[in-house]
Design a protein around this ligand. Sequence first.
Ligand SMILES: [Zn+2]
Length: 210
Amino acid sequence: MKCDDARAAFLAGQVGRAESEHLETCAECRAEMPSLLETRRIMESATFWEEPPADLEDRIVGLVAGPGPKKEPAEKPPRWQLAVVGAAAVVALLLGVFLVQRTPSPDWEVALPGTAEAPLAVGVVSGWNEPGGTRMTLDIEGLPPAPNGFFYEFWLSAGDLHISAGTFTEAQGVELWVGVTRAEFPRLWITLEPIDEDESPSGVNVMDTA
Ligand SMILES: [Zn+2]
């Protein structure tokens, strides 16, 4: 067990037996314990932040990587830089964990299969019921980018009543918002639309819960 692994595990709140033995027996880590505790407290309150404090990353890098290059001869490859690279990866991981924790789990998720128009497409729609409507994210694989002059459009429907939740050309990282609920408009589907003045669904249906 190395110091940086043990400290990163402590900051992440994932201390197993090996980590706790290290933290108890390593004098250097014990000396850092007040700073580690303080930083963990800050990180645990991070679920309330819009954005983490700007100095948090430096602070974690400093804690995990330990002291700087003070004893290294200048001509040797500085080992501490490797430690900082490793620590930066840990920081990215930890901040990722907090961002995930900050996003409450969806109120509903529904599978969105591809139709005969897009037989390789599979996806999941996650939805959050908000006071002003419904927020959705798409997690879709196998849907090719829309050709030039076209976009995809996402619909919620109840019978013949279709509400557009937005358009996109590639199904990567798409977030949608619509002013109705899935309880009222249960069918979720995606069409391929030519860019024209016709605002109704084209009929080229590529993914559909129905
Ligand atoms: Zn240590």
